[in-house]
Design a binder for this molecule. Structure first.
Ligand code: PHE
Ligand code: ZN
Length: 888
């Protein structure tokens, strides 16, 4: 139900642009409240467009100062202009130039789209439709232009002037009448690009510099720009960048193409970072790190985001998207590439588990709720709302699946073909997939359903063993629930990687059919389910095997397989696949937790299970890799459990059940956990590498369980760790452990932490988030107080996310409090943020995406809260879109 008459944008209405803009010359005079932008566009009719069409350039809130066509003032009525549009009803049907001067106010720009200020610096954000907030343009990704940008500013205010491409000229200007010494710089980007990749930065920033020698011997100057005084905190980002550049050459054959690559870190940013050509702009959260301020997870994120934005240079910039429906063409593919990079830099096994955890936490609920959409959507009201886990994470999974399906070699040939054929163009997902069809000789038309159908398929598996015949029969069945606008679905092509695990490990696979396809399946262990069901009979199976299914998480599906608990224990001990081994432990835990939730709901106390605790004990004593062991002993989150249960959710019962199991494990494994904790005490100098991080992860996972099992001893360990920690990883883990128990100790530790880190906004964000996620009844009033804390600001997206976002997405019990207070609070914040920064407001609101799975009382309160937004007359397009779809 939409209350306004807005029409969506539809993929099927795509038309090539009627005009092209070959070059853009911008002259930008920076000023805090009245920046002047003079743009000269070289325009010509598109031979593939409609002749004599009107030319309509996009604008957004622009003040026009002057207009010229072919350098002359246009006659009256030739140009019709408003803040949102510049229209020529009868543009010349030959190449011509259009000069437009506009004025914008960067200081008043609270949406952080277009030209805005972060601190005293000027910067831009143009994806997806921010360039129109700077000047009039065909602001769509299939219009590629060569940009030359001249920047002018007060030398004192902005000694640094950056834009895309290479620096061609810089110098001083005569001091003006106002006595301000001004200077300028000219940047030229030879690679035609869409407007969303435009960027400029002006300001007074510190920097670090390095260089990278490409494999063909070109020297690229690297710069990272940060607030003065923070230069040392950019070292890890620089190191990550150089590793990413080298990796893209070896793994994908992609070399960097400009003479410079600059990264600027700003503290006010709606998203993580932006891949503007040659001038990436980052949320400083993904640049700044020191052992004392950044956790191991922060280091891993910095490495991943730096790589992600760098990889966009080929997947996004050199080959861009034809239209925004193709967003996954650059985002899914680039996430796939950054996952591969991180896997090569760190432990592939541990990384896969972390990626799947993240996919299930963020994407599965999206796919299961009212905001479900295709990896390649077909309509949208507000494109800003499609930077989602489905486009990014599921988009990456689909590509990963494609690689599993056609094999690494065909995949690599397909990628080469894609780069060769589409370089310099604005492509579609069909273009991309056609390269793999050609490279593999396979028909991928059914596979394409992953892009056209939303929702997570359910894969049901059933098996039987016939001892006398020595056969193991596996029956696979897929089904998909309706999702918004899609009642019926065609079967997905699901690669099911599997193995049969005997008492001593993997058994050889042998099936009865004898053809090329089945030989390939046997050899790879990947069985393809492309029909609603399929039965596979394995022969010569000597004893009943344990089925290890969906190895490596070979497809983004939900699995339903009634493995016996004995089989799960065998998999935990013996599975050769590290993912399914971890999954077996998660499945076991999830079963115990689901049962416990039911017991708690029925007023019974949950039964204990010693076999599971014993299995974890062996993991702790036998596992050689601490990072992996940490993943094994970390229980499913409350949200994971809620998803497994699926409906009629009572968050309090889930919290109680999870706490009960943590306590049982903490008690049952006490001596093992103490041993691990002592054995992994920090020794030697700090390293951010995966091995050192893994030791910290396991030690802190042990501490968490000890605190649940033995609150007093645990708290003593945590207090000692909190006092002596020399890494943020250990310090925040200790604080988190202490925060489990309400009282004086906790409050004192929170005070100490703030005093230690009050000067560092990114660390204070951790302090906000930790408090926002406390399960206590008084958390909401604590959060309300914190919104008045001097370190908090509604104008800064990182602050809002760390306090309100962490509450809405990371605090299952309090956000979904039975009295509706959590919903009301988030709604109030969304409404207050919406006029200032609709993108951040809309993202917060999407925390309601699973409201329909709640038990009836909470569900009614959530709906009432959403309706209070929906009835408002004045809402941004962003929030309107999310609220209407959430209720739809
Ligand atoms: N394109 C950016 C990225 O993935 C994300 C982004 C989108 C940033 C929109 C800002 C605005 O890497
Ligand atoms: Zn991206």
């Amino acid at each position: 139900m939409r209350t306004d008459s807005a029409e969506p944008v539809r993929l099927k209405d795509y038309k090539a642009p009627d005009y092209l803009i070959d070059s853009v010359d911008l002259n930008v005079k920076l000023h805090p409240t009245a920046a002047r932008v003079v743009s000269r566009l070289s325009i010509r009719p598109n031979p593939n467009g409609r002749p004599d069409a009107a030319l309509i350039l996009d604008g957004d809130g622009l003040i026009v100062k002057s207009i010229a066509i072919d350098r002359a003032a246009p006659a009256d009525g030739v140009v019709v202009v408003s803040p949102q549009q510049l229209a020529l009803a009868n543009p010349p049907q030959r190449p011509f130039t259009l000069d437009v001067e506009t004025e914008v106010n960067p200081t008043a720009n609270s949406r952080l789209m277009g030209l805005f200020r972060s601190g005293s610096a000027y910067c831009t954000q143009c994806e997806p439709e921010g360039f129109r907030r700077i000047t009039f343009f065909l602001d769509r990704p299939d219009v590629l232009s060569v940009y030359t940008v001249r920047l002018e500013a007060s030398r004192a205010e902005a000694p640094l002037l950056l834009a895309n491409g290479n620096l061609v000229e810089a110098g001083e200007l005569a001091t003006g009448e106002d006595g301000v010494a001004r200077h300028y710089a000219v940047w030229h980007d030879p690679f035609p690009k869409p407007s969303y990749l435009f960027a400029l930065v002006g300001g007074d920033l510190g920097s670090i510099h390095d260089a990278f020698l490409t494999r063909s011997g070109r020297r690229v100057a690297l710069g990272i720009y940060v607030e003065h005084g923070k230069e040392p905190l950019a070292a890890y980002a620089m190191d990550s960048l150089k590793r990413a550049m080298a990796w893209d050459e070896t793994a994908f054959g992609r070399e960097y193409d400009l003479d410079v690559f600059n990264i600027v870190a700003v503290s006010d940013f709606n998203m993580g970072a932006m891949e503007n050509k040659g001038l990436n702009i980052f949320n400083d959260k993904y640049v700044l790190a020191s052992p004392a301020t950044a956790t191991d997870a922060d280091y891993a994120h910095i490495e991943a985001v730096i790589a992600h934005e760098y990889f966009h240079n080929w997947t996004g910039n050199r080959i861009t998207c034809r239209d925004w429906f193709q967003l996954c063409l650059k985002e899914g593919l680039t996430v796939f590439r950054d996952h591969e990079f991180s896997s090569d830099m760190r432990s592939r096994a541990v990384h896969r588990i972390a990626d799947v955890r993240a996919l299930r936490a963020a994407q599965f609920p999206e796919d299961a709720g009212p905001l479900a959409h295709n990896v390649r959507p077909e309509t949208y009201y507000e494109i800003n709302n499609f930077y989602t886990a489905t486009i990014y994470e599921k988009g990456a999974e689909v590509i990963r699946m494609l690689k599993v399906l056609i094999g690494a070699e065909s995949f690599s040939r397909g990628m080469d073909l894609y780069f060769e054929r589409y370089d310099g163009t604005a492509a579609t997902v069909e273009d991309f997939i056609s390269c793999f069809a050609e490279a593999s000789g396979r028909d991928l038309s059914d596979f394409f359903r992953w892009y056209r159908q939303s929702g997570t398929p359910l894969l049901e598996a059933a098996s039987s063993y016939d001892a006398s015949a020595g056969t193991f029969t596996l029956h696979l069945e897929q089904s998909s629930k309706p999702t918004p606008g899609q009642d019926h679905k065609e079967p997905f092509v699901i690669p099911v990687a599997l193995g049969l695990v005997g008492p001593d490990g993997d058994l050889p696979l042998k099936t009865e059919t004898d053809n090329a396809a089945s030989a390939r399946e046997i050899e790879s262990g990947v069985f393809v389910l492309s029909t609603p069901q399929r039965t596979i009979i394995f022969r010569d199976v000597e004893s009943r095997p344990a089925l290890s299914i969906l190895r490596g998480f070979s497809a983004p599906v939900r699995l339903d397989y009634a493995a016996s608990e004995a089989d799960l224990i065998r998999l935990i001990a013996r599975d050769s696949d590290s993912f399914t081994r971890w999954q077996a432990a998660q499945t076991y835990a999830s079963r115990l937790l689901t049962r416990a939730v039911a017991d708690i709901g029925a007023g019974k106390s949950p039964a204990e299970d010693y076999d599971f605790v014993d299995a974890l004990a062996s993991v702790l004593t036998e596992s050689a890799d601490p990072a992996y062991a940490a993943q094994m002993i970390t229980l499913p989150s409350e949200a994971d459990i809620a998803r497994d249960i699926g409906e009629n959710i009572d968050p309090d019962a889930i919290h109680a059940a999870r706490f009960g199991l943590r306590r049982a494990i903490g008690k049952g494994l006490s001596s093992h956990l103490h041993t691990v904790y002592a054995r992994l005490a920090p020794d030697g100098p700090y390293s951010p590498d995966a091995a050192a991080a893994g030791r910290r992860a396991l030690r802190n996972a042990a501490l968490d369980l000890l605190c649940a099992g033995e609150p007093e001893e645990g708290a003593a360990l945590a207090s000692r760790q909190f006092a002596s920690a020399d890494t943020m990883t250990d310090e925040i883990a200790a604080l988190g452990a202490l925060a489990q128990t309400p009282g004086e100790t906790r409050e004192a530790a929170l005070k100490t932490f703030y005093r230690r880190h009050a000067h560092d906004a990114l660390v204070v964000d951790k302090w906000f988030a930790l408090q926002a996620m406390l399960p206590d009844a008084d958390t909401l009033s604590r959060i309300k107080d914190l919104t008045g804390h001097p370190a908090f600001s509604f104008a800064n997206p990182n602050r809002v996310r760390s306090l309100v976002g962490a509450f809405a997405t990371g605090n299952l019990t309090r956000f979904n409090a039975a009295d509706g207070s959590g919903f009301d609070f988030v709604v109030e914040i969304v409404l207050c943020l919406d006029p200032k920064n609709p993108q951040v407001a809309a993202r917060l609101l999407s925390a309601f995406k699973s409201w329909r799975t709640l038990e009836p009382g909470r569900k009614a309160l959530a709906e009432a809260a959403l309706r209070r937004i929906a009835v408002r007359d004045v809402l941004s397009a962003d929030v309107r879109d999310i609220v209407d779809r959430s209720l739809g």
